[in-house]
Design a protein around this ligand. Structure first.
Ligand SMILES: OC[C@H]1O[C@](O)(CO)[C@@H](O)[C@@H]1O
Length: 377
């Protein structure tokens, strides 16, 4: 299926013959660079909550709100402390830009390759981080955050696809989970940075928090120039000979015939699909539709990113002190990383279904208890 660029390699029955393909340095470097994409996504999700609760940041960009917070009248509830549209726009503009960028990224990834999308993503992340780190106006902040969102749109489109196509079959699943692990590590890194930076002198804490994303962004950008394009993408764009040469290069062997045949077959069948969007709506593809669309959709709709975006702010609004709220955000990030590790470790033991059911039950229980806690607070 070639809906958003890329295609899945069908199993021709030759899998066992190429499954032992070497993990070459190309694959390792590709993974390191690609992991930067996940790290950046996570970092940019986790960083804004801590920054928007820093006093120097609020003094500079939202002085009225800070004043209002400090002169609380008896009528005001804790919950209304952070009631400011521009402040929430700063945080949520990331996802807004990512939403639009991912449509464009999907076509660019298919037509021009995964590398181009990673370069655009890296560039957008780098310029966004610099604009935010050096911001002297609200405009710079919001434009920077929109650029970060563009980075998220491109990188989230290209990196998982790039990893699947680069990886030898035996580590393909693991690499895709590694991308999610990198996201959670990025969130945790942001929470830790936000715990440290408010103590810096001269009020540069928020600048450092926002600007640090420039480091992984530079690695991603520079790395994307040196990464090889995937054989699947080269083939998709019509160059069969070069695709085979690339496959030999990244597998470190000339014996790639069976895997190459499978890639060609998958590419042909992806090209023969005339109406991907109407096909996916057919009853026989209901399971695929649910997996590709509804599960991620409802996973996002649980509101997980309200927690990830606003953890320190949320903890402050329910009465935690400055430090306690930042450390609580670190704990939240830590739990997220550990749970991801647990699921990576146990997915083969309990199966996908088992994990889905366990995850679903945990979500319902925590949503209900979280809701009750906020009501009684
Ligand atoms: O680990 C939680 C994080 O993972 C994602 O769902 C991406 O897969 C993010 O939206 C969320 O913040």
């Amino acid at each position: 299926m070639g809906v958003g660029g890329g295609f899945f390699v069908a199993d021709s029955g030759h899998r066992e013959e190429y499954e032992e393909g070497r993990v070459t340095s190309f694959v390792v470097i590709a993974c390191i660079v690609a992991a930067m994409g996940g790290l950046l996504f996570g970092y940019d999700i986790g960083i804004s909550g801590g920054v928007t609760s820093m006093e120097e940041f609020l003094t500079r960009f939202f002085p009225d709100m800070l004043r209002q917070m400090q002169n609380e009248t008896g009528r005001e509830t804790e919950y209304c402390k952070y009631d400011n549209e521009l402040l929430t726009l700063f945080t949520s503009s990331l996802y807004l830009a990512a939403l639009f960028a991912s449509f464009l990224a999907s076509s660019i990834t298919r037509l021009f390759g995964r590398k181009v999308s990673m370069t655009i993503g890296g560039l957008a992340f780098l310029s966004g981080a610099l604009l935010n780190g050096f911001a002297i106006s609200l405009e710079m902040l919001i434009i920077g955050r929109l650029l970060l969102g563009v980075g998220v749109g491109f990188v989230n489109q290209a990196v998982p696809l790039y990893l699947s196509e680069m990886a030898p079959a035996k580590i393909r699943g693991a690499l895709n989970m590694a991308f999610q692990l990198a996201i959670t590590m990025g969130i945790l890194a942001a929470n830790i940075v936000n715990y440290i930076t408010p103590n810096l002198k001269n009020g540069v804490g928020w600048r450092l928090s926002l600007g640090l994303a420039a480091v992984p962004a530079s690695i991603l950008l520079v790395g994307s120039f040196f990464l090889p394009e995937t054989p699947n993408s080269i083939l998709e764009r019509g160059n069969k000979e070069e695709a085979k040469r690339m496959l030999q290069k990244i597998r470190g062997t000339m014996e790639v015939e069976h895997e190459f045949m499978d890639i060609c077959a998958a590419c042909e069948s992806a090209k023969s699909v005339q109406h991907p969007w109407t096909n996916i709506a057919q009853t026989k593809y209901r399971p695929q539709l649910v997996f590709c669309t509804f599960i991620p959709f409802f996973q996002q709709l649980t509101g997980i990113n309200v927690i990830m975006f606003y953890a320190p702010v949320l903890f402050r609004t329910i009465g935690f002190g400055k430090d306690a709220s930042l450390i609580s955000a670190v704990i939240t990030g830590l739990v997220n990383v550990v749970s991801t590790l647990v699921s990576i470790y146990s997915v083969d033991k309990f199966g996908r279904r088992g994990l889905f059911l366990a995850g679903g039950i945990q979500m319902i229980v925590t949503q209900v208890t979280g809701h009750e806690t906020l009501i009684f607070k």
